[in-house]
Design a protein around this ligand. Structure first.
Ligand SMILES: [Zn+2]
Ligand SMILES: [Zn+2]
Length: 210
């Protein structure tokens, strides 16, 4: 599986991840934070077909390009069922706090733990990782994990926003992410990439997990 990050939303360092299967050329766009002509140009240049649009969770800095992405790629928009109400409410996706009313089209498919999304013969499995939001997910593909705002390089997502809970977040990370193969590449929602092994050894929050 191939991957590339795009930084689209001015003033935020949100990673918008494009994942694709080299053989079938089928692709998934994760967290389109803002309309992204550079993404469309790359997709065209590589001859990719975007099959899925996925939000790791419903915060405004991860969904602001959903409407653009749907219009551009005509692919189904997917989000965990517990975060789906955030898409269409500026109050719930917190854009109302920063003076904007970001809203997204409603979800086309509601995800739950264990769901699988296919790119050709490659599989991306949905791992429900609540704690940053109630419906936060990570996506596990061959050798890589898109971790949203759950797990960052030597940090974790904040838990002080509505729907957040530190104990739940640490349990998600401990039980469902750090148990993955150590060599798994971690592609987070913000900041640089990491690996599961690096986080198991060096993440300062790991010591807080009982
Ligand atoms: Zn977030
Ligand atoms: Zn974020």
């Amino acid at each position: 599986m191939q991957y590339k990050s795009f930084s689209l939303l001015p003033g935020y360092d949100t990673n918008t991840w494009l994942l694709w299967d080299d053989e079938s050329k089928e692709a998934m766009l994760v967290d389109p934070s803002y309309p992204g002509p550079t993404v469309a140009g790359f997709v065209e240049q590589k001859g990719l077909l975007v099959r899925w649009l996925v939000n790791t969770h419903g915060h405004f800095d991860h969904i602001g390009g959903n409407a653009w992405a749907k219009q551009t790629f005509n692919a189904p928009l997917c989000i965990h069922k517990d975060d789906a109400p955030m898409l269409t409410s500026g109050q719930r996706n917190l854009s109302s706090l920063v003076g904007g009313g970001i809203s997204s089209p409603p979800a086309d498919r509601l995800l739950t733990h264990g769901d699988e999304l296919l790119l050709g013969k490659s599989v991306l499995r949905v791992i429900h990782t609540p704690g940053h939001t109630r419906g936060g997910i990570s996506l596990l593909g061959s050798g890589l994990l898109v971790s949203g705002d759950t797990l960052f390089n030597h940090s974790v997502g904040r838990c002080d926003l509505p729907g957040g809970d530190m104990d739940t977040l640490l349990r998600s990370i401990c039980d469902r992410l750090l148990t993955l193969d150590g060599g798994t590449l971690v592609l987070p929602g913000h900041g640089p990439a990491s690996t599961i092994e690096d986080e198991a050894v060096g993440n300062p929050f790991v010591g807080m997990m009982g």
